[in-house]
Write a protein that binds this ligand. Structure first.
Ligand code: ADP
Ligand code: MG
Length: 630
């Protein structure tokens, strides 16, 4: 039931579709009510009363060349046209879907034979085929219906077959097979419910065409036979009086226009409302840069870094909920420095990183406060052009899954060249030479040959090296690496880490390295910031934090990491789950999971207490700062 309500709500959001629905509702209601309305007989001729103009006494829309009441003929004609159009759509959808499901479900030879037959039907021009069918069957409304349905069957069959092929390989169908269900039952209970929305969508977008086609056949005298009126035959009969008495053409013509437009608008709305991708918002194009709230007050950079985040706040506004994914983060990275950001999944690391270059998808993302300075320029709210010039050229990203970031259909060399030419005009030969340099710089063996590989021909570690090469393509000053080694095995991870470390030393790169693994931080990072619930809870030099964590969360996080040669030690998982960022507690976000928690922890916001090069957001830290400084 809620599904239906959601469908109607989505439909109602589309104004045009709603208008189409209302108009169609009125037309259909009138068509249904026609027999009981006080109308003149549509077929009674009265030649003394020919071509009466509209709005005359006794004939609201006038009369036609035989003196028949046009209003009455219009109503009966609409009724007939709608009925034939709907019937044709229903027949085409049912048969087409059945054919498509059978072909798609059984596959192999069945599929081949059926679909080649369908292809043959599709090879004929649409109207020509319909004409040929009517010519073979003889003129008449039922034959016109059959012809229109027949020429539309291939369209449905093709569509539904495509969907079914995908469904037939899904695990739930395998499971149904394993449980011993018959094919017929699987088709009816597993496949059909999943293709019905597609059938409805296909119907709603073609029904208008089918009404037009039926009208077309009637117009040519192949559909409804005199004296029976349908919209097409009314138009056909009015043709000879088009100039002298245009109202006889205008009346049915307007009705066809109204019906087809209303149906098509409604059909578009139905399609959008039923499309799960639209429902989930996946097809909404994000803005080119993250939205920035109007009331944000920029903050001047307080530190000397090349990239400085100051009290950055990024939220997601979804319906009436507000997710505070980044709740006031301040960070600073100097040239040549590697800064680690660590925290559990969902703590806001990625959103922080993406906010820097305005890459958080908007909607729903919005930066509500704070600043991000690259050198002297505030990137938050910077014009899109300025951001675009900096993206990749000054600040580059490496993402977790190179399989997802590389285009599967282009050679890696071409993708590297594209990354370079996004910022510089270079010839193809220069681009290729530079791409080769980059691949060598990330130590891809036999780079001259691998440059022509497609991403799927490379291993995960190689692909991630290509990802790093792409990030290096324009000699950026800062690289933001968001869990770049999480998808890789440990040996490859170690290689990638040492590669990044070398690049940093050779090129003076600043690196922001995001991870959930303390082992990785220890290998690469000079300083580390620990995030929890969208905030930094501890920050300091990596050595100092590893030796003496101050925040209980950091301590617990480190206890989860196995140590080589550390003897037999229990690895402690942190009980509980991180808090949902749309419902953060007033005090410390970690309080519910902390074993040192006291009443004061839950009272109010806890400031980040900075002493020397260390900072902690905790009232009762594990070790006191002064101890750590010794
Ligand atoms: P991680 O630290 O694992 O990289 P993220 O930065 O990806 O975490 O996410 C931080 C928080 O932001 C998560 O708790 C998530 O609930 C929220 N979030 C991320 N994207 C969206 C979104 N599109 N809509 C609503 N909330 C989101
Ligand atoms: Mg992440």
């Amino acid at each position: 039931m809620s599904g239906v309500r959601q469908f109607l709500a989505l439909l109602a959001r589309n104004r045009l579709a709603l208008a189409g629905l209302v108009v169609m509702g009125i037309v259909v209601a009138l068509a249904v009510l026609t027999p009981v309305l006080p109308l003149a007989d549509p077929d009674v001729t009265n030649t003394s009363n020919r071509f009466v103009p509209p709005f005359s006494e006794g004939a609201l829309l006038g009369t036609d060349h035989l003196g028949r009441d046009l209003l009455s003929r219009l109503m009966w004609g609409t009724r007939l046209s709608l009925a034939v159009g709907f019937a044709a759509a229903l027949v085409a959808a049912t048969l087409g879907a059945a054919i498509g499901i059978i072909a798609g479900y059984y596959g192999g030879r069945t599929d081949n034979v059926i679909m080649r037959g369908v292809d043959m039907l599709m090879a004929f021009p649409y109207i020509l085929l319909a004409l040929a069918i009517v010519a073979a069957l003889g003129p008449g409304l039922i034959n016109a219906l059959i012809a229109v349905a027949a020429v539309n069957i291939p369209f449905f069959a093709r569509n539904i077959r495509g969907i079914t092929v995908g469904l037939a390989q899904k695990e739930f169908v395998d499971a149904a097979r394993l449980s011993g269900m018959s094919d017929a039952r699987i088709i009816l209970t597993e496949i059909l419910p999943n293709v019905v929305p597609v059938i409805v969508i296909a119907m709603s977008t073609t029904i208008g065409w089918m009404i037009l086609e039926t009208a077309g056949l009637s117009f040519l005298g192949l559909g409804s036979q005199p004296p029976q009126a349908d919209l097409g035959s009314m138009l056909g009969e009015a043709r000879s009086a088009l100039i002298t008495n245009p109202h006889t053409s205008v009346v049915p013509g307007m009705m066809i226009l109204v019906i087809v437009m209303a149906i098509n608008l409604l059909g578009d709305g139905v399609r959008d409302a039923l499309d799960p991708r639209l429902k989930s918002g996946a097809l909404n194009r994000p803005l080119p840069a993250t939205l920035v709230a109007q009331d944000r007050t920029p903050v001047p950079a307080h530190a000397d870094g090349i990239l400085t985040l100051t009290d950055l706040q990024t939220q997601f506004h979804v319906k009436d909920r507000i997710y505070r994914a980044v709740g006031g983060v301040s960070l600073n990275v100097r040239p040549g420095e590697a800064l680690g950001i660590i925290g559990e999944s969902g703590s806001g690391k990625s959103v922080t990183a993406l906010s820097v270059m305005g890459l958080v998808a908007s909607p729903p993302g919005i930066v509500t406060g704070g600043s991000v300075h690259y050198r002297d320029q505030d990137l938050i709210g910077a014009p899109y052009d300025a951001l675009r010039r900096l993206r990749g050229a000054e600040v580059a990203y490496i993402f977790q899954d190179p399989q997802a970031t590389l285009h599967p259909l282009y050679r890696v060399g071409d993708q590297l060249i594209e990354a370079i030419s996004a910022h510089r005009h270079i010839s193809r030969a220069e681009g290729r030479a530079k791409a080769l340099d980059l691949l060598e710089a990330v130590r891809i063996p036999n780079a001259a040959a691998r440059i022509n590989d497609y991403p799927h021909e490379m291993s995960g570690g190689m692909r991630q090296r290509v990802g790093i090469a792409m990030a290096l393509a324009n000699d950026p000053e800062v690289i933001i690496a968001d869990e770049p080694t999480t998808a890789l095995d440990v040996t490859v991870q170690a290689q990638i880490l040492s590669l990044l470390d070398d690049l940093r030393r050779d090129r003076g790169l600043a690196i922001i390295f995001i991870t959930h693994d303390f082992g990785v931080v220890g290998q690469l990072c000079d300083r580390v910031a620990v995030m929890y619930g969208g905030r930094i809870v501890e920050e300091g030099p990596t050595r100092a934090i590893l030796d003496s964590p101050m925040h209980p969360y950091t301590e617990r996080l480190m206890a989860c990491v196995p140590e080589l040669g550390g003897g037999r030690r229990r690895l402690e998982a942190i009980p509980g789950l991180p808090p949902a960022v749309n419902d953060l507690p007033p005090g410390c976000a970690f309080a519910d999971r902390c074993d040192r928690v006291q009443a004061a922890c839950r009272q109010g916001a806890i400031p980040l207490d900075r002493k020397g090069d260390r900072a902690v957001r905790c009232l009762f830290p594990v070790t006191e700062p002064q101890e750590a400084a010794q």
